[in-house]
Design a protein around this ligand. Structure first.
Ligand code: FES
Length: 129
């Protein structure tokens, strides 16, 4: 049974879409269910996550989880964002069927993947200088 928060986020996600000028893009998938999450981050030179958007091909809980994950990291430093876990996502979404908890884990992994991509891009840009 999904919580009302999951249903609301699924129907009206606040952060759906891609992000022009994103400098960190994360993409993770779950082979078992086939769901795929993509997250776009705009990170300032000071290391603040100014904006976050997502595109998720997947279940209701996956879409709601990525939407909440974007809210949780916006305005945070990279270090703070790396501390966001699936439990934080889960706590906001409320009741989630046990077999759907991995959806919130996927959202946590997507944050990490997007930040890793940001560091890779930065390193590449620094080498090019
Ligand atoms: Fe796999 Fe939701 S069922 S991420």
């Amino acid at each position: 049974m999904y919580s009302q928060q999951i249903i609301d986020r699924f129907k009206n996600p606040k952060n759906a879409g891609s992000l022009r000028g994103a400098n960190g893009v994360g993409k993770v998938g779950n082979a078992a269910c086939g769901d795929i999450m993509k997250m776009y981050l705009k990170i300032s030179d000071e290391g603040i996550i100014e904006d976050a958007k997502f595109k998720t091909f997947g279940c209701c809980a996956a879409i709601a989880s990525t939407d909440v994950a974007c809210d949780l990291i916006k305005g945070k430093t990279i270090d703070e964002a790396l501390k966001v876990t699936n439990k934080d996502v889960f706590n906001i979404l409320g009741t989630m069927p046990a077999h759907k908890i991995h959806c919130s884990v996927l959202a946590e992994e997507t944050i990490r993947d997007a930040i890793e991509d940001y560091y890779k891009r930065r390193e590449k840009a620094n080498k090019a200088k």
